[in-house]
Design a protein around this ligand. Structure first.
Ligand code: SF4
Length: 465
């Protein structure tokens, strides 16, 4: 399901056909919209619309352009609105040093006041930030906004800005600008973990391609989702699942779903057999409490039994033809070798190619050559190499076994490449890691293909989840 986390349907641009606009949004699969009240008139109208349309919720706040209009009555109005069931957030509030329509010192003062209100009511904050990033981050920190989190709406920054935002437990809102030809946003989106962003239109503004220059509307959030899916090499379904989960955790304080033993991304069925690993890679999401991936919770509290895994996978296999079944979670599958082989044997009969994603330490973990057993069932083995020397492996992957782990991975790669299985070595383009050297190390082993995976920055810890 699509969610448009930032709409201005109260505006005059929608006066004549608001009902049709909302119908079009529903037909496009948009099942929830967050209307943003930004001044006294807009607050009233957005709340009225949220009462009229089931799918429309509201946020209330005073935009930095109108900071000078702040008075006690307005403060009271916002506080009263926050008691309403469908008012989910405070916003949009922030600082706008681009248009400077209110004096900057007043913008800062009113921003602080509204953060305090959000924290008092336990509501997330919808942030407007234009040419004021440093001050916005500083004020959010000073005022304890981490307690409630929120969304940096219409985010257009780079990785460094995203990291600062995620440190505060805030998400970023990705809108139509991601579709613009010269936007640098796609580069940033490549690096964003799936649990860190929501989709928005900011309609009637920031219309995505191919409608750029015309009025924006919530149904176009699908175009934004499609573009993000393309950038990240997944499907629109994956982006919808992830962004809906992120939105619901923040705005509706929804709990995480139960852990997934099997899950679907793109047209692959994934098997999540363990969270245990013999490495502690610097970039691994396993280190985070969240362990979310495209809306799935991969945090296994208990390791699933063979039957549980088979039944879980079969439930998904009944309804769909998959391209591949991939044994891959946030853990090393070969620590449960007998389990994954039994599951692979049971799933082999579906005639779908099987792939094992591994850290390549299976022979060392199991104290024997496991390749002959793997090649009975698996068509492909994909090994996380992530290095080109013992030292670089020790530094980035931090193996329990120390320096000998790297030798073991190379030995495994050589044996796997000499088996019936297709053998791939992968590396995450972690900052500072020399990809050319990793490629040389991988391709120096006859029969091994090399593949680069995108490094993703650390996700935010959503405070309300
Ligand atoms: S090998 Fe994979 S599962 Fe293990 S710590 Fe590294 S990235 Fe995480």
């Amino acid at each position: 399901m699509l969610v448009d986390s930032h709409v201005h349907l109260d505006m005059r641009q929608f006066a004549k056909d608001r009902g049709d606009v909302i119908k079009r949004a529903l037909s496009a699969g948009v099942e929830e919209m967050l209307g943003i009240g930004y001044d006294p008139r807009s607050i009233d109208e957005t709340i009225n619309l949220s009462e009229e349309y089931e799918q429309l919720y509201a946020a209330v706040g005073i935009h930095p352009h109108d900071a000078e209009k702040w008075n006690d009555d307005l403060e009271e109005k916002i506080k009263k609105a926050l008691f309403r069931k469908k008012v989910l957030a405070v916003g949009e509030i922030g600082l706008d040093y681009y248009r400077d329509l209110s004096p900057r010192h007043i913008q800062r003062e009113i921003f602080k006041k509204q953060i305090a209100i959000a924290v008092y009511f336990g509501k997330p904050i919808i942030v407007h930030c234009r040419e004021s990033f440093g001050d916005v981050i500083e004020i959010l920190k000073q005022e304890g906004a981490e307690e409630v989190g929120g969304i940096f709406h219409a985010f257009q920054g780079g990785v460094e800005e995203a990291e600062k935002i995620f440190d505060l437990g805030f998400l970023v809102g990705i809108g139509g600008t991601v579709t613009y030809k010269n936007s640098r946003l796609p580069e940033t989106v490549e690096r964003l973990p799936s649990s860190s962003f929501v989709l928005e239109t900011d309609c009637p503004y920031l219309t995505p391609v191919p409608y750029r220059g015309k009025r924006n509307e919530p149904s176009y959030v699908k175009l934004v989702g499609e573009k993000v899916a393309k950038i990240k090499g997944v499907t629109l379904d994956d982006i919808e699942r992830a962004t809906e989960a992120n939105y619901r955790r923040l705005l509706h304080a929804e709990k995480r779903p139960p852990a997934s033993i099997s899950y679907v991304i793109k047209n692959n069925l994934y098997i999540n057999a363990t969270n245990f690993c013999t490495n502690d890679c610097r970039f691994c999401p396993r280190r985070k409490r969240d362990r979310e991936l495209y809306g799935y919770n991969l945090n296994l509290l208990v390791e699933p039994e063979i039957d549980e895994i088979i039944v879980s996978a079969q439930g998904l296999l009944e309804n769909r033809d998959f391209d591949e079944i991939v044994f891959c979670g946030y853990g090393e599958p070969t620590v449960r070798l007998d389990v994954i082989l039994e599951v692979a044997k049971a799933l082999k009969k579906y005639g779908i190619a099987l792939r094992l994603n591994t850290n390549g330490q299976g022979n060392m973990i199991n104290r024997r050559d496991i390749v002959p057993r793997l090649e009975k069932y698996f068509n492909t083995v994909s090994v996380s190499l992530n290095s080109f020397s013992r030292d670089s492996y020790l530094d980035l992957c931090r193996p329990d076994a120390g320096a000998k782990a790297y030798d073991s991975v190379l030995d495994f790669l050589g044996r796997a490449a000499g088996s019936k299985m297709k053998c791939i070595a992968t590396a995450v383009d972690f900052p500072g890691l020399d990809m050319n050297k990793c490629r040389e190390a991988a391709e120096g082993i006859p029969g091994v293909e090399f593949y680069v995976r995108r490094y993703q920055i650390d996700p935010p810890q959503i405070p309300r989840a």
